[in-house]
Design a protein around this ligand. Sequence first.
Ligand SMILES: Nc1ncnc2c1ncn2[C@@H]1O[C@H](COP(=O)(O)OP(=O)(O)OP(=O)(O)O)[C@@H](O)[C@H]1O
Ligand SMILES: [Mg+2]
Length: 476
Amino acid sequence: MPLVNVIRGDRIDAAPINVRTPFIRIPLWLALTWWAVKALGRLTVVLLQFWYVTGPAVFFGWLYLRWGWAGPAGFLAAVGALSAGWGFGHRPSWLRFAWWPALARYRRWLYRRNWQAAMVTARLAVSFDHHTVLPVLRKVRCASGVDVVAVRMVTGQIPDDFAKVAERLAHTFGVRQVKAVPGPRPDVVLLHLFRGDPLAKLVHPLPVPAVPEFTALPVGRQEDGDGYGLRLFGTQVLVVGATGSGKGSVIWSVVRSLAAGTTTGLVQLWGLDPKGGMELGIGAPMFARFACRDYGAMCELIEDAAALAKNRARNLHGRTRQHTPTPDEPLIVLVIDELANLTAYLTDRQLKDRIKAALSILLSQGRAVGVHVVAAIQDPRKEVLPFRDLFPTRIGLRLAEAAQVDLVLGEGMRDRGALCDRIPQSLPGVGFVVIDGDPTPMRVRFSYLSDDEIRELAQTYGRLRVIDGEVLDGVA
Ligand SMILES: Nc1ncnc2c1ncn2[C@@H]1O[C@H](COP(=O)(O)OP(=O)(O)OP(=O)(O)O)[C@@H](O)[C@H]1O
Ligand SMILES: [Mg+2]
């Protein structure tokens, strides 16, 4: 039997099979209605998508229609007055819920405008199979002086790819510095874009805590404007910086934060100042033991500390992994200004070897048993710094060359934002703190104690001293 088929209105006999769409006639009014509904749907989607523009526009339009110009103007005045009242009444909540979110929205729009150009010129756009894939700009969060931009990386990228071009990004977005930090998810990197500089102003001496918090000693201010707490428990601290970079202020900030502990006997400071007492001399009464001229005495001091560390380690063996300071077994902090004088420049070879041996023991065994070292050094060359890796906490102040940064702070730290060579001479006391195991350096300004403030500290908290082997009573 022949097949009969109707295609587009024509009758075709014996067509093998109908493969075309059937022709359906619909009335014009139905087509027009359908198009109108579709267009309306799309418009609604667009209106909802850009609600932050359309919403206010509709609202202001309604105000205008209802009350004329007085409507929108009155509304804006009321919002301004309310916001000002809130801002003056309770600033933290106003910043948190009103100002920072509004600013973040504006900044996100700014970053989006040249996002593509920025990614392409920084070579962060990936071309693959005739496609160009860009990292995706996600959320923007604003805080005082810093914008935190969450970026979803292209598959195959790592946060270090962003860290390497941080300087380029900083110039592109017109900010002071960009720091790339791994985000909460493996595919997200957080770009910290620093605008103002909360560290431009001098940090005055901070209040002395009655009981020192050994995991967060208040020593200065960090770059988001908050106070910075330096960890002493379980670590050794190395401070490196060119001459005049403010190594003294790091030392005195630490000493000040521990001062109350020295009076209660929870902390004992031992001072070594091979430069003849230039740095630590005026505050010598702060130190339970102090040596500044006699290298033999300095060596003995380090050897005593090393022996103490070994002893404590033996006693604590199997009992605990972290010593807790008590007046009987206080936290010992050896403060050494200009370490190179002891480990490199010393001409007496035998003494130098003894110092080096004791220092190695002290640095490796002391940190778990409450015998700590805070040492400053000016010369960052490797031969002067054989102990670098024994200091889990390293602080880089101003340095002369870019190449010195990784030498002092560790591989890749300059790329991750520790721009010690860019710290201007006008900002002494500013530096980057690097802690082993933490990939991001923290920019910090240490508090500055003038000579008078150091003397005052020593008068308030200083007690009985042994200086270069001689016992001195009272305050010097
Ligand atoms: N935290 C600080 N804030 C402001 N100014 C500071 C700070 N630290 C140091 N200064 C200023 O810089 C000068 C030099 O500081 P400091 O003596 O601490 O440097 P240094 O690194 O110990 O140098 P040197 O290696 O020559 O001993 C100080 O006299 C002071 O004027
Ligand atoms: Mg000094």
